[in-house]
Design a protein around this ligand. Structure first.
Ligand SMILES: [Cu+2]
Length: 143
């Protein structure tokens, strides 16, 4: 029993190291940028491309950043001439395919920005996959 517990402990440590490393052979983040915000502004958005090199669908179930109180996936859609932002609970990237986040479409909404984000700065983003893997992305701030 004791050995069993130790084995589990080792596995948990290995899993967490895997997460910290955030290395994924299958999902790649490219062309990322975050919109700069001035003092007093509380929301911003991140745009990026998710590339799935594997032949299986990859689902991104959560996004986190330490620059804001919350982060979530939004889709801007025009309904009756009014642009609305629809919350997306997850993002599915089909195998050997890509999903582009860009102004007027999909974006990662950062809400409750803690400090101004200025051009030249880099923020960190954690993308949580359905299998528990965490992809760490470094995102440059642009105007
Ligand atoms: Cu939004």
């Amino acid at each position: 029993m004791r050995l069993f517990k130790q084995t589990i402990a080792v596995c948990v440590i290995m899993l967490s190291l895997w997460s910290v490393e955030g290395h994924s052979h299958s999902l790649k983040v490219t062309d990322s940028w975050a919109r700069a915000v001035v003092e007093g502004q509380r929301v911003s958005a991140v745009y990026l491309t998710l590339e799935n090199a594997s032949d299986k669908m990859i689902e991104v179930v959560d996004v986190e950043s330490d620059v804001s109180r919350s982060a979530m996936f939004h889709l801007t859609q025009e309904q009756d001439g009014v642009a609305r932002m629809l919350h997306q609970s997850s993002i599915q990237v089909p195998g050997e395919n890509r999903v582009e986040f860009k102004p007027g479409g999909l974006h990662i909404m950062l809400m409750g920005i803690k400090k101004p984000l200025s051009e030249g700065q880099t923020i960190e983003l954690d993308l949580v996959l359905k299998n528990g893997e965490v992809i760490k992305a470094k995102v440059p701030v642009k105007k």
